[in-house]
Structures are given as structure tokens and as C-alpha cells.
Ligand binder design. Structure first.
Ligand SMILES: Cc1cc2nc3c(=O)[nH]c(=O)nc-3n(C[C@H](O)[C@H](O)[C@H](O)COP(=O)(O)O)c2cc1C
Length: 364
């Protein structure tokens, strides 16, 4: 059984490898009549694309998206819209350097998926990790750009909130700051500190982990399918499916273990319209697996890039002890480019649940 498909009613299937001809996805289940252009998808892809600063991999991929199917422009009404049929998106690979990977052909990178892919499939694309390469996440970002348009009125945003041991000061949080620095950081002071910190990591040929927070505003109350398709459950699954993610939290997350019942309770007050007003959001916008109408908040931890220049002990494919140094072009902190990927996965889960809720209850 292979599993390259995610979602139920809004369903994406991704394909392709980092050193193959192209990668892409098929989005099935997108409702008809949604205005959609390649430029809109491109705008999201450009935020994930490599080579944008010295802090990300210098691989130069244009990541240009082509829409192959599922859209139509009626020359009487104008404006391209979705047709309700499968939307196929293609992103060609243009900057592979397969020789960069000759060192790892017969040895396994500790922390990467080389050993497990070899063990499972008996064949491994050593040039760039094949399907284990995070180039696959470009296809998710493209699909996410469509998902964002399915739920009316939602905004999905993400930010890097911790790099290595350095957390942002939440008091400085400013969404407008996020596009102004190369880290998607909402705290200008933290971004300045991270610049020096990551430069040191990069020059040492090392890497570092990070924490990303994704927030969806405008999510209607009622999305989520208890008891085995809870909204928080599906968000956790979506985030955990992103390369290098080792931890996911919703709302107060792990910190809720330290709270008392009084502190944790998101108290409610009535208001004239739009459901109750919550006085806090420890629940991350989800109660009983169903969205409450509050912002949906998830966080995920991304491990440090395993491809580093410091020699690490490993074994060869034939079982001998050896060492490995991974040359090539790698991000010193893959968490940075994981920000748009997290946003895309959250948008995809919300689009899927929006359609599922509408299908089951007839309401939105
Ligand atoms: C946006 C992004 C870019 C990544 N780039 C690299 C990279 O350049 N080199 C690398 O070793 N790992 C990179 N990774 C992580 C690997 O893809 C990942 O660690 C590997 O597939 C093993 O899977 P796992 O860490 O989920 O167990 C990246 C991850 C993300 C999210």
C-alpha cells in the first residue's frame, strides 16, 4: 500500500522526486466556480522556494507552477475558475546537481531516511533522497494555495517562533514583520539575533532546529468529525507528515500539563451575534475535535537538517562502519522553509473539513 494521498473530500495526491523531471499534485474534490490563477499559486510557492537568502539552500529552483487541468475561462464571463474536476499542477525540476550526492550513494546519512527507504523498498534514489526529499513539499504548498480559497473568509498564516534555544518575545508579535525578514519571524528583535546565530551555524557547516506556529483566523465553528476524524487529530497528522517534523501541539499543547483547570478554562461571555466570546484560547480553537470559532492554533517542531559538513559515524549499505560528510546545498535551518508548508497543510485540512461538514450537515 502506498500513501501519497491526503484528505477525504478535498483530496491531494502528490508525485515526483527532487531529481526527477518534475513534481506536482492532483487536487481532487475542489468545488467548481472558484476563481483560480497560476499566479495565485505561484505567490505561495515563491515564499517556500529555495535560494532566497543566505539562510536557505542555494539550490536555484524557479518552482514555476503550471495548471494542467481542472480550470476553465469562459470568454463570455471572463476570469478563470475551477471546474470541479481534478486540478493537476506541475512544477518542473531545473537545478538538480546529481553529482553532489555521489558521497552518499553507498552510505546512510544519520538522521535522514536513507537507511529506512533502502530497507523498505530495496531501491533508493541516492541523488536527492527521492520521495524523502522535502522538494515534495512544493506540491503541498501549491495544493494549499487552492485550499485557502475553499473556505470563505479564512486566513492562514505561519511564523517561526523559535530557532534553536532562541524563542521570540510574544509581546513583540507583529504579523507585518513576518515578510520583512528572511526567517518568517514576527519579532523584529528576535530576527536580528537569529541572523547572527544562524550565520554562525551555517559557517560551521552545521544546522539547527526550529518551532513554527500556524494560525487560521475566520474558521467557522463546527468543523471536525468526532470521534476518529477530529479536527485537531487531522491537523496533527497533517503537520507530522511534513519532513523533519518531530512534535506537534494544538493551543497550549505540552504547556497545558502545567496549567490548573482554572487557568486552562477558556471562559465564555455572550455577545449579540457570532457565538460566544472566549476570554482566552488555550484550546487552540478546537473543543471535542470541533472548531469553536476561535482562531485555530497549531505548533510544530522541526529537527535540524541532517545533511551537515561535520563528519558523522555511519554504516555503508553493505554493513561496514564508516564516516560521512554531506556536501551539496542544504538549508542550515529547514524550519524556515517549513513555514509556508505548515500553512498549506493547515489550509488543506480546513478545506477538507469544511466540505465534510457541509456534506454531513448541509450547513457551513
Ligand atoms: C522545507 C524543508 C527542506 C528540507 N531540506 C533538507 C535538506 O536540504 N537536507 C536535509 O538533509 N534534509 C532536509 N529536510 C529534511 C528531510 O527531508 C527529512 O529530515 C528527511 O526526509 C527524513 O524524514 P524525517 O526527518 O521526517 O524522519 C528538509 C525539510 C523541510 C521541511
Amino acid at each position: 500500500m502506498s500513501h501519497n494521498t491526503f484528505g477525504h473530500l478535498f483530496r491531494i495526491t502528490t508525485f515526483g522526486e527532487s531529481h526527477g523531471a518534475a513534481l506536482g499534485c492532483v487536487v481532487d474534490g475542489c468545488p467548481p466556480g472558484i476563481a483560480l490563477t497560476a499566479e495565485e499559486i505561484q505567490a505561495d510557492l515563491d515564499r517556500r522556494k529555495p535560494g532566497q537568502s543566505k539562510y536557505t539552500t542555494q539550490r536555484r529552483e524557479a518552482d514555476e507552477v503550471e495548471i494542467l487541468s481542472g480550470v476553465f475561462e469562459d470568454d463570455r464571463t471572463g476570469g478563470q475558475v475551477t471546474t470541479g474536476t481534478p486540478i493537476a499542477l506541475l512544477i518542473r525540476n531545473t537545478d538538480q546537481r546529481s553529482k553532489d550526492y555521489s558521497e552518499i550513494r553507498d552510505r546512510y546519512r544519520p538522521g535522514h531516511a536513507d537507511f529506512t527507504y533502502d530497507t523498505k523498498y530495496g531501491v533508493r534514489d541516492y541523488r536527492g533522497g527521492g520521495r524523502s526529499s522535502a522538494r515534495e513539499t512544493a506540491a503541498r504548498v501549491a495544493a494549499g494555495a487552492i485550499a485557502r480559497k475553499v473556505v470563505p473568509g479564512i486566513t492562514v498564516r505561519g511564523a517561526l517562533v523559535q530557532m534553536g534555544p532562541h524563542k521570540i518575545d510574544r509581546g513583540n508579535w507583529d504579523w507585518d514583520e513576518v515578510p520583512r525578514n528572511p526567517f518568517f519571524c514576527p519579532d523584529a528583535k528576535a530576527a536580528a539575533l537569529w541572523a547572527d546565530y544562524l550565520d554562525g551555524i551555517r559557517k560551521a557547516g552545521s544546522s539547527i532546529g526550529a518551532v513554527i506556529e500556524v494560525v487560521a483566523d475566520g474558521v467557522p465553528a463546527g468543523l471536525g468529525a468526532p470521534v476518529y476524524g477530529k479536527l485537531d487529530q487531522d491537523i496533527a497528522s497533517a503537520m507530522m507528515s511534513i519532513n523533519a517534523v518531530k512534535g506537534v501541539e494544538i493551543g497550549a499543547g505540552m504547556a497545558s500539563a502545567e496549567l490548573t483547570g482554572e487557568e486552562n478554562a477558556d471562559e465564555m461571555r455572550s455577545r449579540n451575534e457570532g457565538g460566544p466570546h472566549f476570554l482566552s484560547n488555550h484550546a487552540g480553537g478546537i473543543l471535542g475535535g470541533i472548531s469553536s470559532g476561535q482562531p485555530v492554533v497549531a505548533r510544530f517542531a522541526v529537527k535540524p537538517t541532517s545533511s551537515i559538513l561535520t563528519p558523522r559515524r555511519t554504516v555503508t549499505a553493505t554493513g561496514e562502519d564508516t564516516e560521512i560528510v554531506t556536501k551539496g546545498r542544504h538549508d542550515p535551518c529547514v524550519g524556515i522553509r517549513a513555514v509556508p508548508v505548515g500553512e498549506a497543510m493547515l489550509a488543506i485540512v480546513l478545506a477538507d473539513h469544511y466540505l465534510r461538514h457541509r456534506g454531513q450537515t448541509g450547513r457551513v
